[in-house]
Design a protein around this ligand. Sequence first.
Ligand code: NAP
Length: 309
Amino acid sequence: MAEKEYDIVIVGGGPGGLTAGLYGARANRKTILIEKYMPGGQIANTEEIEDYPGFEHISGADLAMKMTNHAKSFGLEVISDEVKEIYVEGDYRKVACASGDIYSARTVIISTGGSPLLLNVPGEKEFLGRGVSYCAICDGAFFKEQVIAVVGGGDAAVEEAMYLTKFGSKVILIHRRDELRAQKIIQERAFKNKKMEFIWDSVIETINGGDRVNSVTIKNVKTGAISNLDVGAVFVFIGFVPNSNVTREPLKKDEGGYIVTDFKMETSTPGIYACGDVRSQLVRQITNAVGDGTTAAVAAEKYMEEKGW
Ligand code: NAP
């Protein structure tokens, strides 16, 4: 176990965290970013990004690599470890990791994003990795020429369903209403895709199979009718829960559990900032995560300056 001192510790390596790292390091502050997996966060598992200004088409993995290398070129340290707890001790914010290492910092920026929401139906946990998935890029190729079900009606469900049409014989999107929540431009593409089918006003009651998933039982929420659909896989994209339970301090959160910040991205605990998808806000896009990260790092720098640190 070692204790190391930094000016800024960033927890989580998505676009918000990486941008905060770039600005923190560029301001000549000793800055480290701690990420559990690979830097990139959700974009690392996104096939194609077409709404990040300056890049008409770029893969999520490429953008993540570019962001990481860019921040590192200014001196950001990036390490792989799991943050267990963040707490305040006098003038320091401490970040305790699974490895036993503790990072002592003047400021901490939380950019821990979120985790996929579960359907919580029988069969979901049992068939995880055997036909149930939350990541099309990771698992889509396992279901070549099979019928794939996708659950959800938001941007993620529709975009990932279209990606899955590269592999499946057809992709059936099951949505609990008769109207998608996804952006209109994404909807239009999906409606034009010949491999896509839609089952409206319906929810999955159970996911069934033997060794692997072979069907889902569906209930029409308007008529109550129950039916069975033969599928080889079920991909669930029904939103996510923020990874906001990382602090010992009780940070102010909204009703969804997202961390509430002020315009400086500062949380209810001075010197602790939040950015990106873990933060309470209207829009969750790469562009605003990047903006949040910028603000958080600049505000952290000003905070330290005012304190004379
Ligand atoms: P989302 O926008 O919250 O959509 C979740 C979808 O799942 C909704 O259609 C919802 O139905 C449905 N749903 C929720 N709980 C359900 C349940 N228990 N059973 C069945 N269906 C359920 O989530 P998201 O699509 O993951 O997107 C999250 C954020 O990331 C959004 O802000 C989105 O704009 C952003 N994002 C953007 C892009 C892009 O711009 N290219 C791509 C991916 C994600 P209802 O519609 O009935 O509520």
